[in-house]
Write a protein that binds this ligand. Sequence first.
Ligand code: LHQ
Length: 262
Amino acid sequence: MTQPNVVAAHTRAGVRTLALNRPERLNAANDALLLALKAELRAADADHAVRVVVITGAGRGFCAGQDLGDVSGRGGTFSEHLNATYNPLIRAIRGLSKPVITAVNGVAAGAGASLALSGDIRLWAQSASLIEVFSNIGLVPDCGSTWFLPRLVGYHRAFEMMALAGRVRADDALRLGLCEQVFPDDTFGQDVQAYAERLAERPANALKLTKQALNAAMTGTLDEALDQEAALQQLAGEHWEHEEGVTAFKEKRPAHFVRDAL
Ligand code: LHQ
């Protein structure tokens, strides 16, 4: 069962918000938090009322990475730890059939930085920041940072960020493509909810297939992408969302993509 004390969940207007909830540790991750977050993601994926998932942090931090007070004595090797907890979580986010927004309300460090980058849409508060902090403690970046970051900023800038563990602030993050939007701190929660609700009104099936296509295209060839697009377009074209979109266009009215069944 999910422990509500480590991940707080609520749903409004098709948007399920999952707030990492260890604010006194800047939401540093322990096993309970990681397992709870993964369980919440699985539940959100299965729930037809949920059209968008938001991951954010309670308090002034987003996520300070692995809880360093929880490492020694936990048993297992580093790679076992990653394979058992963090990696399934990152895979769950990338594989979720619904858009995931990472709403970065404060500092995102280490595995927390990877988590911040893993969303389909990344929204930042003005005071948020990201630190590839791993080298400060003699570790290599994990949880997908070595995959996400060079694709966003190129090899050289990624290496510099990882080697020097500098803090990237919101304006630079926007310029570098680490986030899509920056909102003021004092309206961040409302702005994220409004953005997510706008996304929730989009055609869910088309977005699911788009996410699938983009994820595959990130590692494939043009030939593979063309084949994949043709296959997925067939599925999209047979879905009621397509008919609704075309009908709405012809009738010069907004399309209505929210129905009980997908
Ligand atoms: C924390 C943490 C934290 C515990 C802040 N743990 N308490 C690693 C190992 C194994 C396998 C899996 O993968 C990984 C991946 C990783 O994530 S490695 C990276 C681990 N994270 C870090 O090294 C970050 C450590 N934290 C910091 O560098 C700073 O706290 C940052 C830059 C995040 C924020 O600095 P400040 O805004 O100045 O806050 P603070 O340092 O005062 O922290 C506030 C409190 O949170 C403080 O507790 P206290 O009781 O003194 O108020 C910190 O001890 C605690 N905290 N991060 N990761």
